[in-house]
Design a binder for this molecule. Structure first.
Ligand SMILES: Cc1cc2nc3c(=O)[nH]c(=O)nc-3n(C[C@H](O)[C@H](O)[C@H](O)COP(=O)(O)OP(=O)(O)OC[C@H]3O[C@@H](n4cnc5c(N)ncnc54)[C@H](O)[C@@H]3O)c2cc1C
Length: 435
């Protein structure tokens, strides 16, 4: 091949793309970061909580300037039936101090901020530029991308595809065997505005402290879950819906969000808030089951493009997995370019880094979790059974004495139609995943 235009082309200015570009540019490679939107983050949405500790080395003391809304110091997991709510609520003052844990942030702010580091490191950011295809050499190796700009072909030693969920670049490279609708959920979110003092009071937080509520149930007949996060003077409330179940019934996603907002446990929290924005996006939900091959000659795939988002019930983490995989893709590209071997073998350092770190370790450990969490029993039988047990435990039914929890559990299991062996099997799967 004649001399390529640049060493590395990164496609997509989301968290994966910017981190890949920062690492490659800091190592002295010539890097172009392509983003289809008018600025990085302009087209991006998510629920609202980012876990940035992975940036500790890349951007020391990132918390001093990261564009965060609030530090998450309260984390709740809520289980809903139509009329009941059971919540495990945790709070920690330590999470409100450096080096922090999670934060709420707006994606346009976050992604724009992160891309600034890529530019500062020397990467050239080209916005309003959509990649429309791959360029390959005679042997089929990827040697660049085609863009929608006039004369927009760009050749590179390594292409890093960070183009998000349903990556057409990974598909064009033949890295996905098949895409199955059951592996995706649809996330829909409303951003609501509410004065800061009202949020502080309703959610029992102060200063820049905030709350992350993950919700099981509350999505009617559609398997999925919900979330409610606090921004400084906004709330993010939304649902995550299993696609085949959504298609099989009549309600539209916005009706399901309205249903969640009307739940007696949620309604007082969002009351009077004004709708600012509505957005929707797919989530690669199935983890290990759907991951593509992530390396081919001349190309690496990172972030949601490689289905690396971790969606495991009590955890919905995609941004940290995207930032980490982007960094590792950048490192592997640097290694391969310096060694003069950008073949699949030369780029194998990427897979090794993913395997040796939380990225694939968490996915392996939690490989059964997405299916379990979205299963009919966990979605439609267990919440009612567990909430009824709690209701009977806390209900004072004098003159009757307090009943034993084992008896209540046995009665409620039967009433819910849960077979003992299914309960044991799901409990064992849950224990192996989360234990
Ligand atoms: C409703 C919802 C709630 C979520 N909640 C959370 C949460 O609270 N916390 C969390 O950590 N994660 C959450 N996630 C997951 C998280 O949003 C993703 O895992 C994360 O954004 C992946 O980052 P990425 O860089 O891989 O991809 P993306 O953020 O999707 O970025 C891809 C980028 O590529 C650009 N692009 C795409 N195609 C092209 C092209 N052809 N040419 C040029 N540019 C292109 C896009 O414009 C975009 O900027 C949520 C997701 C959804 C949908």
């Amino acid at each position: 091949m004649s001399q390529p235009d640049v060493d590395v082309v990164v496609v997509g200015g989301g968290p994966a793309g910017s981190c890949a570009a920062i690492v490659a540019a800091r190592a002295g490679l010539s890097v172009v970061l392509l983003e289809r939107g008018p600025f990085p983050g302009s087209k991006n949405m998510y629920g609202g909580v980012v876990y940035p500790r992975i940036l500790d080395e890349l951007i020391p003391n990132w918390w001093e300037e990261a564009p965060i809304q609030r530090w998450v110091t309260r984390r709740s997991t809520m289980m809903l039936t139509d009329t009941q709510a059971l919540t495990v609520d945790f709070r920690s003052e330590a999470w409100g101090k450096p080096p922090y844990n999670g934060a709420t942030a707006f994606r346009p702010d976050w992604d724009h901020w992160l891309a600034g580091y890529a530019e500062a490191a020397g990467a050239q950011l080209l916005t309003d530029t959509t990649v429309v295809g791959l360029i390959r050499d005679a042997k089929g190796a990827v040697v660049g991308v085609r863009t929608d700009r006039p004369d927009g072909d760009l050749t590179a030693r390594v292409v890093i595809a960070c183009d998000g969920v349903n990556s057409f670049l990974a598909k064009e490279a033949g890295l996905y065997e098949h895409a199955d609708a059951k592996h995706f959920t649809l996330g829909v979110k409303e951003t609501l505005s509410l004065p800061k003092e009202v949020i502080d009071e309703r959610f029992a937080v102060r200063d820049r402290h905030g709350v992350d509520i993950e919700i099981l149930g509350g999505t009617g007949k559609v398997n999925g879950g919900g979330f409610l996060y606090t921004g400084l003077d906004t709330l993010a409330v939304g649902v995550v819906l299993k696609l085949p179940k959504l298609a099989a019934q009549q309600q539209r996603p916005e009706q399901l969000v309205a249903g969640l907002k009307a739940h007696p446990a949620i309604a007082p929290l969002v009351q009077g808030a004004e709708l600012k924005e509505y957005s929707a996006h797919l989530i690669p939900e199935a983890g290990l089951t759907m991951m593509p091959k992530m390396t081919t000659s001349g190309m690496l795939v990172a972030g949601d493009a490689a289905a690396l988002c971790l969606a495991a019930g009590i955890w919905l983490e995609g941004v940290n997995f995207a930032m980490a995989s982007g960094m590792y893709a950048g490192e592997a590209a640097v290694e391969a370019v310096h060694a003069g071997d950008v073949s699949e073998n030369g780029l194998r350092g990427y897979q090794r880094r993913l395997s040796d770190t939380f990225v694939l370790k968490d996915h392996r450990k939690l490989r059964r979790a997405p299916e379990l969490v979205l299963s009919d029993r966990v979605q439609h039988l267990y919440p009612g059974m567990i909430a009824n047990v709690a209701e009977r435990m806390f209900h004072v039914d004098n003159p009757h004495p307090k009943p034993g929890v084992r008896r209540i559990l046995a009665q409620e299991r039967k009433k819910a139609g849960v077979r003992r062996r299914d309960l044991l099997r799901d409990g064992w799967t849950g224990f192996r995943s989360f234990g």
